[in-house]
Write a protein that binds this ligand. Structure first.
Ligand code: M6R
Length: 357
């Protein structure tokens, strides 16, 4: 039930801090260590390469998850769009592990890949919000997102839950493989939960920004580099799916290779700047598009902020910035859709779970 909320999407955005705390509880043992199915741990440790398969928002979460698993657990990861996988199936390593990320666990494109790789005899792990779902039943292992039912077609809390669970999985694997690192995901997720709360408490700011940038525009761009780029892809999907604005997420460095030609007077360009190593370059990109007339807005993070930024995010662990940077993007999309009188929870032409290939 929506309770006092006008839309499920807004309710689900607001639930994200609770989901983070829920995940901490579900994945923590009595010694405050990570609690995870031993068989999942073993499957992760045995794999010489991970193949993440997903669609839409879950694919975007997979792109962030790749960073965790490679950086923390030192295992190579490929992320594939489920519907594309079979056309150009990659050469598989000797001991692959397939990880299916799916809120619903019913996405037909992902299921088709699962059927295929099972025929080949490879192991599969499904990360889903619905443990009894098809992808969960048909895989060898399941990890539960514990996000509670997600009703709005636009996925919000499932995305952040997926990233949180992937961070826990990556650290668990790293520990099991004795890889040295300095990152306690359970502690860091608690900090994320408070930061998310600080953001959802400031909805009027994002409502105002949505008005400023998206009330009449036909198109919009989100630019970022590195991790921020992956969040920009998700930001664009959220905006286009519910507000019908043509939106794209671009890697800052790619602008000069073509996209910058699209910038006109007043084109909204939202930049994410949460990563220190790319801060200088992305700020340069903002200047380039501003010089061509773009209506720019930078969302930065505490410590990297500059005068004139549209919003400064509270600081969280560097690896987990997508969990906070996506929240303004979700709220911007929500308010843009609202201003434009769109059906927020049930956008045209879309279904919550896509059960056809
Ligand atoms: O249930 P799944 O996570 O497998 O769904 C995948 C996509 O269909 C889904 O994320 C879709 O892109 C959302 N509507 C995005 O908000």
């Amino acid at each position: 039930e929506k309770g006092t909320y006008p839309h499920f999407m807004l309710k689900e955005i607001d639930e994200q801090p609770f989901v983070m705390r829920n995940i901490i509880q579900e994945y923590q043992d009595e010694n405050d260590e990570i609690k995870l199915d031993k068989k999942v741990r073993q499957a992760m440790v045995e794999a010489d390469r991970i193949y993440i398969i997903a669609a839409g928002t879950s694919y975007h979460a997979g792109l962030v998850g790749k960073e965790f698993i490679e950086k923390l657990a030192n295992v190579p990861v490929e992320v594939h769009i489920a519907s594309e996988f079979s056309y150009n199936m990659p050469l598989l390593s000797e001991k692959p592990l397939f990880v299916f990320i799916s809120q619903s666990g019913e996405t037909a494109d992902s299921r088709a890949v699962l059927v295929r790789i099972k025929e080949l005899g490879h192991p599969a792990l499904t990360i889903t919000n619905v443990p009894g779902s098809t992808l969960s039943r048909e895989a060898n292992h399941t990890l539960h997102l514990h996000a509670g039912p997600e009703i709005a077609v636009a996925s919000t809390k499932a995305y952040t839950a997926q990233i949180a669970v992937l961070a826990i999985l990556a650290v668990d694997t790293a520990k099991a493989k004795n890889v040295a690192f300095d990152f306690d995901p359970l502690q860091e997720l608690a900090i994320v939960a408070s930061a998310m709360e600080a953001l959802t408490d400031q909805k009027e700011v994002f409502e105002q920004l949505a008005k400023e940038y998206f009330s009449t525009t036909r198109n919009a761009f989100f630019i970022g580099r590195s991790t921020d780029y992956h969040v920009c892809m998700e930001a664009a999907l959220k905006l286009k799916e519910i507000s019908y604005i043509q939106a794209e997420g671009f890697a800052g460095g790619e602008l000069k290779h073509g996209t910058i030609a699209l910038i006109e007077d007043g084109t909204p360009v939202i930049a994410l700047a949460t990563q220190e190593n790319v801060n200088y370059s992305i700020r340069g990109n903002v200047q380039e598009v501003a010089a061509r007339g773009a209506n720019t807005g930078v969302i930065s993070i505490k410590g990297l902020e500059q005068e004139g930024d549209a919003f400064v995010l509270p600081q969280v662990h560097d690896l987990l910035t997508p969990l906070v940077s996506v929240v303004p993007m979700q709220l911007l999309a929500y308010y843009a859709a609202l201003h434009r009188d769109c059906d927020v929870d049930k956008p045209r032409n879309l279904a919550k779970s896509v059960t056809v290939e």
